[in-house]
Design a protein around this ligand. Structure first.
Ligand SMILES: [Zn+2]
Length: 77
């Protein structure tokens, strides 16, 4: 299986439906994207996933984990 967002092959089964194997959830070990097996192809198929939301795996290490905190503004009174 290939991650629809970053095209990584490091995809693991995260969980399954508690009954009847109705669905499975997969997670990408590179970009942490997760998706259900029952979602439409525009989510599950790497070739049909919206290209605007694709991620280049080489850029992941430079993406900030948390947004930067702005400087503290002092009160004027
Ligand atoms: Zn991924």
């Amino acid at each position: 299986m290939i991650c629809p967002r970053c095209d990584s092959e490091k995809v693991e089964l995260l969980t399954k439906a508690p009954k009847d194997d109705a669905w499975e959830v997969y997670i990408c070990k590179d970009c942490n994207f997760s998706w259900r097996s029952t979602e439409d192809e525009d989510i599950t198929n790497p070739e049909k996933y919206d290209k605007r939301f694709k991620i280049n795996r080489n850029d992941i290490s430079s993406i900030p984990v948390m947004p930067p905190i702005p400087e503290l503004v002092k009160n004027k009174d």
